[in-house]
Design a protein around this ligand. Structure first.
Ligand code: BMA
Length: 840
C-alpha cells in the first residue's frame, strides 16, 4: 500500500522539476507551466532545434547557431528569410492526475506572436491573430493521463500582411500592410530600429485547472471626496457563474499592517464592497512626495474553503490629464495639484521583447528617477509592457502616459472583425493594468490624427468616421467603461499636446523650440552612440568614419518618409549639420560620436529649460526618445546597453526640482529665472559670475531669492551689454538652498563654435573608498562639457558633461560595474572636454 503514494510523490516531484508544475495549491487553482524546453522546426522540415519558451524564433535560431546576431553589422539583412517562414513549436508533457481531475481545464496562452494554430494531441483547438491578447481554450476533453503533446504553428506575418496589402492598400508611413495584423508595429522596422518581425510563444503558457470557479476580474475605484479617508470600491468577478455560495474576503495592507478588511458575497459571479482607509497615505509622483502602495488581497471562498486569490497594489491618489483649453495647456494634476511633466518617450528596450529582464527594466526606471523625471510616455508603436514595468513606476513615482499600440498608420477599422479584435485587446490590457497608481492617461494612438480625413478613405487618409469609431468609440469606450476614473485621449497629439519635429525632420536649428508652447510630448534630435557601443556592431574598418556603410546602416531615420535615402545618409547628415551649426569640426571618429551627443544635449536642454521657465504656459516636456531597441544612432538619451548619453546627464540638470537658468538677448541683457517644482516655498541664494572664455573674472554678484512652490519666476535681469564681449564671455549661475548647490547653469552669448576656448589643462586626482572612486577634476581655464569615460569598462557616474570655470574643481563619483583595482581604474579613466574634440 505504501508503494503507490511513494511512486506518486516521486512522479509529482519529477513533474515539478521537469515542467515546473505549481501543484494544486491551497487556493484551489492549479497552474501547470508549459514553458521551458520546446523544439522548433521550419514547416515542412524534419530538422528541429531546441526552443525556449517564452521566447522567439530569432533568439532560438541564434542560440542554435543557425543565424548570426542580427544586431551586428548588416546581418539584419541576412536574416529576413526568418520572418518569411512558417515555424512549428512542439513539446510533450506529462499530465498529473490532479490537473485532469478538476472540473475545468484550460490551456492559457498569455502571448502568442502572432498567427498561431494550436493543436493538442493532434487535434486543432484554435487559431489566434493578436499577440497582445491572452487566449484560453477548454481542453479537458482532449487531455489524457500521462503523455500529451502540444504543437503551435506560426504562419509568416510578413506574407500575411503582404497579401492583405495587395487586396487593399492602407495609407501608412510604416511598412505597407503591417497595420492589418495586431503585432508589435515596430517589429517590422521603424526610424530608429531594425526590421525583425519574429514569431513564437512570447509570454507564459500553461494549463489552468480549477473546480467551482476562479477570479476573473477585480476592479478597484477610489473615492477621495471625504477628508481624512479614502474609500476603495472593490468589484470582484468570478467565473463561471455558478450556483455555489461564493464570497470574497478582502484585506488591505500597508506594508505588513492590515488597515482594512471586509467580506463581499457574490451573486451571479459578482460581488461588491467598500473598504474605508482612514489616515490615507497619499501617492505622489517623483519629486513631490512618497509613493506608498497599499496591497489589496482578494480571496475567493467557496463553501469548502479558498478557491482563488489575487493581490493588487494601489497608490491612493487622484491623477488626471486635463486637456488643453483656450486658457491653459494640457497638464497633469495629482491629488488636486497641477504639476509640470518632465520625462521622455519610451520605446521597446529590445527588438526581441523576450530578452527584456525585470533587472533591465528596473535599471531604466531607476535611471529615469536619477535624471529627475516624473513621467514616461509608453509610445504606441511597441507592445503593452509587462506588469513589472508598471510595478516599478508605481514604486518610483513615475507617471505613465500609456498609448494603445497603434502608430503612424491607418488601420482597417472598416472591418468589424478587426474592431472586435481590438476591443478585446483593449479590454484585457485595461483590466490587467488599470489599478496602477502610475497611469496618468490612456491614449488611443500615436500620430494617426495626421491620417484622419473627412468622409472617405483615399490613398492618403482614413475616413474620419472610421478613425472615431476605432479610437473614440471602441478603445475610448473600453477605458470609459473599465477604467472610469482614468482620463482618455483619442491620440497623441490629439489632445492639445505637441509633437514638434521641425528641428529634426524640418532641419531647423534648436532656437525653433522657442516658438512652441504647451505640453510637448515629442521633440528630439539624434546622436551617435559612444565608441564602446559602436564596437558592438561594427568592425574596425567601419569605424573609419560615421559615414561608413555600417554606421549609416544603424541609423534609420527618414526611411519612413518621402525623402528617404535607404543608406541612412540623410539622418547622419542631419546630425552633422547641427554639430557643425553650433560646434567646430570634430577631429576624429571618437570625437565625432561624443560631439554629436553634446550637440543633442545642448539642443534638448534649450527646449526643456524654455518650457520649464514659462510654466504654466507650458506644462510638459517629454523628449523623444528615452531608450533604444538595438545599438545604433538615434534620438535616445540612453543607448541599447543602457549607457547614458550626454543628454541623460543634461536631463538630470534641466529636470532638477529647482532650476536656475538664464536667457540672453542679442544686447546681452540676461533674464535669470528660478523654476521650482517643489511642494513648499523656500529661500535660496543666487550667485552669478561673468568671466572671459579664458576664465578672467569680469563681474560677479549674488542675491537672496524667495522661491515660491510650483512656480517659475524671473528673479533678476542683468545688463551685461557693455562688459560682456559676445564671443568672449561666459555667465556662470549657481543656486544654493540650505547651503547646498541645487542647480548650476551656464549662459553663452554666442554659439559654442565661436568661443576661442583655451586648453583647460584638466588635472585629475583619484581616491577610492569601498570600490567607489572619487575623481576630482580641476580646470585651469573654463572647460565646457567635461566628461569622464572608462576604457573597456562600464560604470555609474554621479555626473558627467559638466561645465567647469577656470580654477574650479568638480568631484564625480564613479562606481564601476565590475570591481576594479585603483590601478586599473586609473589606467582606464579618460577625462576630456569640448576642447579635446577639436583639432588644434
Ligand atoms: C515620432 C514618433 C515615432 C518616430 C519619431 C521620430 O513622431 O511618434 O513614430 O519614431 O517621431 O521620427
Amino acid at each position: 500500500m505504501l508503494k503507490i503514494p511513494l511512486l506518486r510523490a516521486a512522479f509529482l516531484l519529477l513533474c515539478f522539476l521537469v515542467i515546473g508544475i505549481r501543484a494544486a495549491d491551497a487556493k484551489g487553482v492549479a497552474w501547470l507551466d508549459l514553458g521551458g524546453s520546446w523544439r522548433v522546426a521550419m514547416e515542412g522540415s524534419d530538422e528541429t532545434i531546441p526552443a525556449t519558451v517564452p521566447g522567439c524564433i530569432h533568439t532560438d535560431l541564434m542560440a542554435a547557431g543557425k543565424i548570426p546576431d542580427p544586431f551586428f553589422g548588416e546581418n539584419e539583412t541576412l536574416v529576413q528569410w526568418v520572418g518569411e517562414t512558417n515555424w512549428i513549436y512542439r513539446r510533450s508533457f506529462e499530465l498529473p492526475d490532479e490537473i485532469l481531475s478538476r472540473a475545468h481545464v484550460l490551456l492559457r496562452c498569455e502571448g502568442l506572436d502572432t498567427l498561431a494554430t494550436i493543436k493538442l494531441n493532434g487535434t486543432e483547438i484554435g487559431r489566434t491573430d493578436n499577440m497582445f491578447r491572452t487566449y484560453e481554450f477548454d481542453v479537458k476533453q482532449l487531455l489524457k493521463p500521462g503523455a500529451n503533446t502540444i504543437e503551435i504553428k506560426f504562419d509568416s506575418a510578413v506574407q500575411f500582411v503582404r497579401a492583405k496589402e495587395a487586396q487593399r492598400p492602407l495609407p501608412t508611413w510604416t511598412s505597407p500592410g503591417t497595420a492589418y495584423i495586431r503585432k508589435e508595429p515596430c517589429s517590422f522596422g521603424w526610424d530608429w530600429g531594425p526590421t525583425l518581425p519574429s514569431c513564437g510563444i512570447w509570454k507564459k503558457i500553461g494549463l489552468v485547472s480549477f473546480d467551482t470557479a476562479r477570479l476573473s476580474d477585480v476592479a478597484i475605484l477610489q473615492d477621495h471626496s471625504q477628508k481624512g479617508k479614502v474609500t476603495l470600491g472593490i468589484t470582484v468577478n468570478a467565473a463561471p457563474a455558478t450556483s455555489a455560495k461564493l464570497t470574497a474576503q478582502i484585506s488591505v495592507r500597508l506594508g505588513t499592517r492590515e488597515v482594512a478588511s471586509t467580506v463581499a458575497a457574490l451573486t451571479n459571479g459578482v460581488g461588491q464592497a467598500d473598504v474605508v482607509i482612514t489616515d490615507p497615505q497619499l501617492w505622489w509622483p517623483n519629486g513631490m512626495g512618497a509613493h506608498p502602495l497599499y496591497t489589496v488581497t482578494v480571496d475567493l471562498m467557496g463553501e469548502d474553503g479558498a478557491l482563488d486569490s489575487t493581490t493588487k497594489r494601489v497608490g491612493l491618489r487622484t491623477l488626471r490629464a486635463i486637456q488643453q483649453t483656450d486658457t491653459s495647456p494640457m497638464h497633469f494634476v495629482v491629488n488636486g495639484r497641477p504639476f509640470f511633466a518632465k520625462g521622455a518617450d519610451w520605446i521597446p528596450c529590445d527588438a526581441f521583447a523576450t530578452r527584456v529582464t525585470p533587472e533591465r527594466l528596473r535599471r531604466y526606471m531607476e535611471d529615469a528617477v536619477a535624471a529627475n523625471m516624473n513621467t514616461l510616455r509608453l509610445w504606441g508603436g511597441g507592445y503593452y509592457e509587462e506588469d513589472e514595468l508598471y510595478d516599478l513606476c508605481d514604486e518610483l513615482g513615475l507617471c505613465l502616459w500609456v498609448d494603445f499600440k497603434f502608430a503612424c498608420s491607418t488601420y482597417p477599422a472598416f472591418d468589424p472583425a478587426f474592431l472586435d479584435n481590438v476591443r478585446i485587446e483593449a479590454e484585457q490590457n485595461v483590466k490587467r493594468l488599470r489599478h496602477h497608481a502610475s497611469i496618468a492617461v490612456w491614449c488611443g494612438n500615436n500620430e494617426i490624427m495626421f491620417f484622419r480625413g473627412t468622409n472617405e478613405w483615399t490613398d492618403k487618409v482614413m475616413s474620419a468616421d472610421d478613425y472615431y469609431k476605432m479610437f473614440r468609440d471602441t478603445i475610448g469606450g473600453v477605458v470609459r467603461r473599465l477604467a472610469p476614473q482614468s482620463d482618455y485621449v483619442t491620440g497623441s497629439p490629439d489632445c492639445g499636446d505637441v509633437h514638434f519635429w521641425e528641428v529634426w525632420h524640418g532641419g531647423k536649428p534648436f532656437e525653433a523650440y522657442e516658438n512652441i508652447h504647451g505640453f510637448v510630448s515629442e521633440f528630439g534630435f539624434q546622436s551617435f552612440p559612444e565608441l564602446k557601443t559602436g564596437r558592438a556592431f561594427t568592425r574596425p574598418e567601419d569605424r573609419a568614419s560615421v559615414d561608413s556603410h555600417t554606421m549609416k546602416y544603424h541609423e534609420r531615420s527618414n526611411r519612413m518618409y518621402l525623402d528617404a535615402k535607404e543608406d541612412g545618409s540623410l539622418g547622419t547628415g542631419k546630425i552633422m549639420h547641427l554639430v557643425n551649426w553650433y560646434f567646430r569640426d570634430p577631429k576624429d571618429f571618437d570625437s565625432t560620436l561624443w560631439l554629436s551627443q553634446i550637440t543633442q544635449a545642448y539642443g534638448i536642454e534649450h527646449g526643456a529649460e524654455g518650457w520649464r521657465r514659462e510654466m504654466p504656459k507650458s506644462m510638459g516636456c517629454v523628449y523623444w526618445q528615452y531608450n533604444d531597441d538595438w545599438p545604433g544612432s538615434s534620438w535616445s538619451s540612453m543607448d541599447y546597453f543602457g549607457r547614458w548619453k550626454a543628454l541623460q546627464y543634461a536631463a538630470k540638470r534641466f529636470y532638477a526640482p529647482v532650476l536656475v537658468s538664464g536667457v540672453a538677448d542679442s544686447e546681452r541683457i540676461v533674464d535669470l529665472y528660478v523654476t521650482s517644482d517643489r511642494m513648499d516655498d523656500c529661500q535660496g541664494k543666487l550667485q552669478w559670475t561673468l568671466t572671459t572664455v579664458a576664465g578672467e573674472k569680469l563681474k560677479s554678484g549674488s542675491q537672496n531669492v524667495a522661491i515660491p512652490n510650483n512656480k517659475s519666476e524671473m528673479v533678476k535681469s542683468l545688463d551685461l551689454h557693455r562688459i560682456a564681449p559676445r564671443d568672449d564671455s561666459l555667465l556662470w549661475l549657481k543656486l544654493i538652498i540650505d547651503g547646498k548647490t541645487v542647480s548650476e547653469n551656464l549662459v553663452m552669448f554666442a554659439y559654442p563654435k565661436e568661443l576661442n576656448l583655451l586648453d583647460p589643462a584638466l588635472a585629475t586626482s583619484v581616491s577610492e573608498k569601498n570600490g567607489e572612486f572619487r575623481v576630482k577634476v580641476k580646470a585651469k581655464h573654463p572647460a565646457l562639457w567635461v566628461w569622464l569615460e572608462l576604457d573597456n569598462a562600464d560604470g555609474h557616474f554621479s555626473d558627467n558633461f559638466v561645465h567647469l570655470n577656470g580654477g574650479a574643481t568638480t568631484e564625480i563619483t564613479v562606481r564601476p560595474e565590475k570591481p576594479m583595482t585603483r590601478d586599473a581604474f586609473q589606467k582606464a579613466l579618460r577625462v576630456r572636454s569640448l576642447f579635446d574634440t577639436y583639432a588644434h
